[in-house]
Design a protein around this ligand. Structure first.
Ligand code: LLP
Length: 451
C-alpha cells in the first residue's frame, strides 16, 4: 500500500439532510486490506461473507499484510537511523498479531504484566520491550526485571525509587528512561490527549533535569533513555515536532550535566483515516522528525499502536432487526458497545459498509438513514448514527478501522460473550481467538454458601 494515499484530502462521504453517506468503494480505496470484487467485500483474497459462514458474527477480522505493511513503512521511513518500533500492545493484543510483529522484528510497548506475558507467549523478545504506565506495581516491576525488559518508562519520582528498591532486592540494575510531559497540545480528543500539564502522565518538562540527576544517584538504576507520548489519533505533525524540540533541549541539558542517553522514545499517537480524516503519512512524519533526530546520535524508539492495526481490521456484524420509527430508523445488529466501545466512549465516527454493494448504488428507493445500534440496554449503545444505507435483516455489515482499540476494549456487559477473532493472509483465514461461551461467562464465579 502507498501511505501517501492516507493523506489525500478527497472526501469519501456525502452529507445529506437525512444523514451521512459513506461511499464503500471510495472508502476501501484508502484501506489496503479491503476491496470489493464483483460487488462483494473481500479482505485480502477472502470474501467476508465466507468468513461469516465459517465463524459467525460478531467477528473481528485482521489482515496480516496490512499489519506488516504499516510496520514496514515505519522501519523503512526511519531506515537512515538506528531505530526500534515498539508496537503498543494495548491497541490489539491478540497473540497472533503480536507473533506476526515479533517475527518481523518489532519491539513492544507494554503497560502491565498481562501485556508482557502476552508478548513473551507470542515469541517477542523481552530485551525489546519498553514498559509504560503511571502505576506499575512492585510485583509487575519484579516480573519485568526478571524477564530482562529493555526499559522502564518512568512517570514519577515514587516510581523511580520503587524500581530502584525492587532492582536492589533482585541484585539487578534497572534500565530506565523518564517519560517527560512536554506540555504540548496534541489537538485530539481530550480523553486520549496525554501531553498536557493537567494530564496524569509523565514528569513535568521543567522538573525532568532534577529527576534525572536524582536517578543518576540511585544505586540500581541505569539511565538509558528519554521518553514522551503526547496523545493518540494525532493527524498533524506539528505537535510531534513541538514535543521533540522540548525533548531534544533536555537531551542537550543532560549531556551538559554528564548524563548520556542511548535512546529517545517519541511514543505513539500517529492517527489514521477512519472516514475523512487526513492524517500525515508515516513518510511525512519521518521527514519532519528526521533532521532533528539525526544530529542527536541516539537510537530512536516509537510506540505506535493504532496506526499499525486500526485499518488492518474490521468488525463483522449481522443486521438482526430493522426498526423504523417516526423520528429515527434503528438497525439493531449483533455487535454492540461491549464489542466496540469507541463510538459510545469518544463519539468516534467509524465507517459502516455492506458486505455486498447495493446493485443500484446510493440512489435506490430503499436507502434510508439508519442508526446502527446494539441490543444492549443503554441509549449510548450505538456503533454509528444517521448513516445512509440500504439494509435488510440478515445483511452483513463491516465496521472498518476496528483493528485498534476494538477487541481490547471489549467487555461482557449484559452477559454477552466476546466476539471471535480471525486472521486473514492472502486467500487463507484462521481463527485466532474463539468466541467466548455462555458457560465461560460465569465459570469463575461461585454461589454464596449459606452455612
Ligand atoms: N504509548 C503510550 C505510552 C500510550 O499511552 C499509547 C496509547 C501508545 C503508545 C499508543 O498510541 P497510538 O499509537 O495507538 O495512538 N482507546 C483510545 C486510544 C487510547 C490510547 C492510549 N495510549 C481510542 O480508542 O481512541
Amino acid at each position: 500500500m502507498s501511505h501517501s494515499e492516507q493523506n489525500t484530502a478527497e472526501s469519501v462521504t456525502t452529507q445529506t439532510e437525512q444523514g451521512l453517506y459513506v461511499n464503500p468503494q471510495a472508502l476501501t480505496a484508502h484501506l489496503p486490506a479491503l476491496h470489493y470484487r464483483d460487488g462483494a467485500l473481500h479482505m485480502e483474497q477472502v470474501n467476508v461473507d465466507e468468513l461469516v459462514k465459517h465463524y459467525d458474527t460478531p467477528c473481528y477480522v485482521y489482515s496480516k499484510q496490512a499489519i506488516l505493511a504499516v510496520y514496514q513503512a515505519y522501519t523503512e521511513s526511519f531506515a537512515s537511523l538506528p531505530h526500534q518500533i515498539c508496537y503498543a500492545v494495548k491497541a490489539n493484543s491478540n497473540l497472533a498479531v503480536l507473533g506476526i510483529l515479533a517475527q518481523a522484528g518489532a519491539g513492544f510497548d507494554i503497560v502491565s504484566r498481562g501485556e508482557l506475558m502476552r508478548v513473551l507467549a507470542a515469541g517477542g523478545e523481552a530485551s525489546r520491550v519498553v514498559f509504560s504506565g503511571v502505576g506499575k506495581t512492585y510485583s509487575e516491576i519484579e516480573y519485568a526485571l526478571t524477564q530482562g525488559i529493555g526499559c522502564f518508562n518512568v512517570e514519577s519520582i515514587s516510581e523511580l525509587t520503587l524500581i530502584n528498591d525492587v532492582a536492589k532486592a533482585l541484585d539487578k540494575s534497572a534500565p530506565i528512561s523518564l517519560r517527560v510531559n512536554p506540555d504540548v497540545d496534541a489537538k485530539t480528543h481530550p480523553y486520549i490527549s496525554t501531553g498536557l500539564k493537567d494530564n496524569k502522565f509523565g514528569i513535568a518538562h521543567e522538573d525532568a533535569l532534577a529527576v534525572y540527576q536524582q536517578a543518576a544517584n540511585l544505586s540500581h538504576i541505569d539511565i538509558v533513555g528519554i521518553d514522551c507520548h503526547i496523545g493518540s489519533q494525532l493527524t498533524e505533525v506539528e505537535p510531534f515536532v513541538a514535543a521533540l524540540d522540548k525533548v531534544v533541549e533536555l537531551v542537550h541539558s543532560l549531556r551538559d550535566k554528564g548524563i548520556e542517553l542511548r535512546h529517545i522514545d517519541l511514543g505513539g499517537g500517529l492517527g489514521v483515516r477512519y472516514i475523512d480524516e487526513t492524517p500525515v503519512s508515516i513518510d511525512e512524519f519521518a521527514q519532519a522528525l528526521l533532521p532533528k533526530l539525526t544530529e542527536l546520535g541516539l537510537t530512536i524508539f516509537f510506540e505506535p499502536g493504532r496506526s499499525i492495526v486500526a485499518n488492518a481490521g474490521v468488525l463483522l456484524t449481522r443486521v438482526d432487526v430493522l426498526k423504523p420509527t417516526e423520528h429515527k430508523n434503528f438497525a439493531i445488529v449483533d455487535a454492540a458497545m461491549n464489542d466496540l466501545i469507541r463510538p459510545a466512549l469518544y463519539q468516534a465516527e467509524m465507517a459502516v459498509i455492506p458486505s455486498v454493494l447495493p446493485e443500484n448504488g446510493l440512489n435506490t428507493d430503499d436507502t434510508q438513514a439508519w442508526d446502527i445500534v446494539g441490543a444492549i440496554c443503554e441509549t449510548g449503545d450505538f456503533l454509528a448514527k444517521d448513516r445512509l444505507l440500504s439494509l435488510a435483516t440478515g445483511d452483513t455489515l463491516a465496521i472498518t478501522g476496528a483493528g485498534a482499540y476494538g477487541f481490547t476494549m471489549s467487555s461482557n456487559y449484559n452477559s454477552r460473550p466476546r466476539a471471535s477473532e480471525v486472521m486473514v493472509a492472502d486467500d487463507r483465514h484462521q481463527l485466532i481467538r474463539k468466541r467466548e461461551t455462555f458457560e465461560g461467562l460465569y465459570a469463575d464465579e461461585m454461589l454464596w454458601q449459606d452455612k
